[in-house]
Design a protein around this ligand. Structure first.
Ligand code: SAH
Length: 254
């Protein structure tokens, strides 16, 4: 079977953060599949079709792209950031595992992209300089009790935490609950970075502390980096502060 599917990461938004490999894979495709706002970032090319889907239809979108590839075509499925981080690559792998045998013969490539936590971290300094983890706050695909357990474990173990999907229209209270949970384990002065729409014209990066952090400062385009007890804020006159986590740690001090 000659069909091909490229699962492509577009990065967080700035066109300069699209890798040359992703650019080449987008050009080579004869059909683009993805959520509308991501497809909107890609220039139209003659002869290339577009298949826009709703953000919540992950499985259907993965199947549509696989079905197209299985006709011998060259499909591209796009994600913001990296396609393997809370995005389409896992949905594609799941559909291949569950789907017809022919899908296992497709030439499937995952093209990495800069994930949001790296872009936000770079804007703030080096908050991910020591051990860290990433947690999606969305309880659409897992129970809230599991998220609470992971927040407890990660903060108690001294990990810096990148929080993806902090809020959505259907999930208005979760971030405030998560911050309250973290306050049980971390010092009130723990640095927190709110990075919103980083790499896009409406970018906003705010540095605060766990004590002062307000859930209302985040929206769907925001990623939070919750420091560990080791994370530091370096104030600079007239310039934004630098937030960093030193490379060395002594013991778990949360
Ligand atoms: N695959 C994406 C993540 C998808 S989950 C990636 O690797 O980045 C969607 C979440 O990612 C958003 O709710 C937000 O938390 C974060 N996000 C995506 N783009 C962002 C950006 N430009 N700035 C800040 N956070 C972003």
């Amino acid at each position: 079977m000659s069909g091909r599917l490229a699962v492509i990461g577009l990065g967080p938004g700035d066109a300069r953060w699209l890798t040359p490999e992703a650019e080449a894979a987008l050009t080579a495709a004869d059909a683009l599949f993805g959520y509308g706002p991501y497809l909107d970032r890609i220039p139209h090319r003659a002869g290339q079709t577009r298949h826009v889907s709703d953000n919540r239809e992950e499985a259907a979108r993965a199947c549509a792209a696989l079905e197209h590839a299985a006709t011998g075509a060259h499909a591209a499925l796009v994600s913001g950031g990296d396609p393997g981080v809370f995005a389409m690559a896992a949905a594609v792998c799941g559909e291949i595992e569950a789907g017809p045998d022919a899908w296992r013969e497709l030439d499937v490539t995952v093209v990495p992209g800069i994930t949001a936590m790296l872009a936000v971290a770079a804007r703030a300094g080096a908050p991910l300089g020591h051990d860290f983890c990433a947690i999606s706050l969305s309880d659409n695909l897992k129970p809230w009790s599991l998220i609470e357990r992971r927040l407890d474990a990660a903060s108690q173990a001294g990990f810096v935490i990148a929080l993806y999907n902090p809020v959505s229209k259907a999930r208005p209270w979760q971030l405030a609950a998560a911050l309250d949970r973290l306050r049980k384990h971390l010092p009130s002065a723990t640095p927190i970075v709110f990075g919103r729409a980083v790499g896009r014209p409406d970018e906003r990066v705010q540095v605060t502390t766990l004590e002062k952090a307000e859930a209302s400062a985040a929206d769907m385009a925001t990623l939070l980096i919750i420091g560990s007890a080791e994370t530091r804020i370096v104030p600079r006159g007239g310039l934004p502060p630098l937030v960093y986590t030193p490379r060395a740690a002594r013991s778990v001090s949360a």
